[in-house]
Design a protein around this ligand. Sequence first.
Ligand SMILES: Cc1cc2nc3c(=O)[nH]c(=O)nc-3n(C[C@H](O)[C@H](O)[C@H](O)COP(=O)(O)OP(=O)(O)OC[C@H]3O[C@@H](n4cnc5c(N)ncnc54)[C@H](O)[C@@H]3O)c2cc1C
Length: 433
Amino acid sequence: MPSETDGGAPDGGAPDGAALDEFRLAARRWLAANLERRDAAGQAGVVRGGGTHSAEEYLPERALQKKIYEAGYAGINWPKEYGGQGLSDAHARAFAQEAAPYRMPDLGHAGGTTYGPVSQTLLRHGSPEFLARHVPRILAGDELFVQLFSEPDAGSDMAGITTRAVRAEGGWLLTGSKVWTSGAAYADFGLCLARTNWDAPKHRGLTWFAVPMHAKGMSIQPIREITGEAEFCQEFLDEVWVSDDEVIGEVDQGWTVAQTMLLVERGAGRDDPVNMPETDPAVIDPFLVELARSVGRAEDPVARQALARIHTADWARGQLGRRITGLLRTSDRPASGIASYWKLAAGVYNPQRARLIMEIGQGQPLVWRDAAGQRAALEYLNSRVWSIAGGSNEMQRNAISERVLGLPREPSFDRGRPFGEVLRSARQWSENN
Ligand SMILES: Cc1cc2nc3c(=O)[nH]c(=O)nc-3n(C[C@H](O)[C@H](O)[C@H](O)COP(=O)(O)OP(=O)(O)OC[C@H]3O[C@@H](n4cnc5c(N)ncnc54)[C@H](O)[C@@H]3O)c2cc1C
């Protein structure tokens, strides 16, 4: 178990080599004694369409997360005062490498959100009291967070949300509706954007709240997707009371917090490129080979060409990721514009990849007859996710053109005007037309 003598470098500096080796060996021993190895098929990771989503389904995964936390291997490079280990990024990387052959907790989309964009945003903007209350529970698997920002009338235009928060005794009452919330059916909290000031321009009257998903007044409706599963939900908030302690960042300054969240969501905050594993251009994704074999086309030149096209594009995308991660650290251009290149690449490339996979399978994967066929079908059905979730392709192109290339901003009829007034005149306009 890690201790004060592990040679950590909480300041982000390089740890002592011998201490890092010692940490690695201790982790190796603990993993071998306590975790199961992955089966031959590996852990598929989070695939939309891969299962049902009930709170019970995730109980064993939460227990596994707790075991790892109690052993001191969760939040390795997170601040010690909030339940992390306060060790260096190199320690976190060493543990991840050692843990790769083992079955780690699969907490679904809520887990991906909690340990990714939500935690990075909270650690940047949460008050010390908020972090001391929530982060140890997050690391222990006791609190899973989802993102409550999209609304039926506000997606790309996230600052146009109309869920309202009004002051009440000791806190706030939230009323409105959120939608497309991945993982809401089994989450504990939602990081919720609400409007707290209608007299300010739309980007300046917003505030973030940590809303308990099981609070009185909150109702959660699953939405059935094309894959057959109901991973998304729509939530209806009817005067949900949230304590003042659960405000994240400054009241009315939620847009600053939103910027961090969107940046992480678009791929910022990844590992340093020099430490990212270099993909081997000679190694093809084994799933593609298995798929070609399963439909008897491993030697077919047309299928092999499609396979080669996927492989080269996969490799190029990996290289682009490294390049963008590096640029995010060194460039003086706005990070939000640079991160958009990576997000746009995924949004454009994933549908092409899925179509090529279908070409290899000649439609057979659609019958879901074996593991490779199922994965091919799910990749196809999910292939548009990256072109919409977290900001559509068009919004990434807007960000690149305005923030990186310096092209003129989109015309806007609401800039600088009180948001309440904008809504009133929009309503009048539609009544008169
Ligand atoms: C798989 C998935 C998971 C998601 N998970 C979550 C979640 O957990 N929490 C959450 O809050 N939300 C979530 N979302 C919602 C997602 O963030 C929104 O769908 C996204 O921001 C787009 O908003 P919209 O669907 O309202 O589309 P709209 O904003 O209505 O856009 C419709 C179309 O108009 C285009 N468009 C809109 N504005 C412009 C413009 N200014 N310039 C050019 N084109 C424009 C868009 O590109 C799009 O093609 C998820 C979505 C998906 C697909």
